[in-house]
Design a protein around this ligand. Sequence first.
Ligand code: GUN
Ligand code: ZN
Length: 434
Amino acid sequence: MPLTRKAYRAAILHSIADPAEVGIEASYEYFEDGLLVVDNGQISALGHASELLASLPADIEITHYQDALITPGFIDTHIHLPQTGMVGAYGEQLLDWLNTYTFPCESQFADQAHAEEVAEIFIKELLRNGTTTALVFGSVHPQSVNAFFEAAEKLDLRMIAGKVMMDRNAPDYLTDTAESSYLESKALIERWHGKGRLHYAVTPRFAPTSTPEQLTLAGQLLSEYPDLYMQTHISENLQEVEWVKELFPERKGYLDVYDHYQLLGERSVFAHGVHLCDDECARLAQTGSAVAFCPTSNLFLGSGLFNLPMAEKHKLNVGLGTDVGGGTSFSLLQTLNEAYKIMQLQGARLSPFKSLYLATLGGARALRLEERIGTLQPGTDADFLVLDYNATPLLSYRLKQSKSIAETLFVLMTLGDDRTVAQTYAAGNLVHQR
Ligand code: GUN
Ligand code: ZN
């Protein structure tokens, strides 16, 4: 294959460490007039344009973005494909919301054509919002995952997904059995896991909708294949937490249910964790598990306020999740806008550089993919964004007052959304142009 080399010139910013560990100043690199060089879908160089240009051949194709900021692609560590059509469902908290809106909406994915149509819409929406990698819940139907991976594969995206396993406490039209969920998951793993940039996640919906037999088989799948992911929900809503205690009285608490079935580990991502206690955070950290912080969902469903400082205290890996359709936006910029307010309500601060970390490198670490995505380090996948400082009249006017990259970044996260994402690149290919 001939070498395709391209370069992109703009202001460039990326996270290189967690501000909670190294302090804010050492957590990022910023090039006011930067250059990003891409060779065959991978980043080959990053630096100041003035320094790098001299080392490049005179005929290299350079795209110059004015009034724009290049960042790594965003990483959404928790989202539901089959809830795309029900974002903004009125009035209920988690358990009634599931029964009233979610289960009927997900049932439509029994139809292959519907699954394919929504998968296309969903992936377009991710890319319009600058999300280049997501950890995705399908529905109980294997066709939801096939449709999603087929669409992702065409664009060479790095994506992770799994078929939901749920064999009780849900309508008959939406349940599998312990055995069928095992066999269907296995077939999807064989077909997709490790194909191109795709990965599979074993996906028990949450403890209340799985029998002990099903949770046992989920753990068995994890032991049968290397590098599989596991995704589920935990401690999102107080009624849910009580219900889990009733269903599993022999366990010490919610996390202990998953622990007992050997579902914790370095590729396990637990959504929400709003009501986790200190010991549970410690156990998650000890096993290398991660939590997906889902601000818009936690507010919209009235679930509660995630305690990010407690997670940091335990050095727990935290990524950011939109949790569409409990969440109300595909935009990780808007998700960070709400994350900031959740910290404010707890008397804590979320710096723009911590926010950038959560949306990029923090998410990559939660997914154990920091060698491939989440930064603009040479050698990693060329998944990056161009954010437009003039996306809206207000953003344009506001950013003209900005005195620093910290202020610019914070305003982008407060006023920004899909309109702010002018271009999205995945594996060096332009996959969204506003
Ligand atoms: N807990 C179990 N299922 C779900 C779901 O679909 N969304 C959310 N937010 N929480 C859940
Ligand atoms: Zn969810």
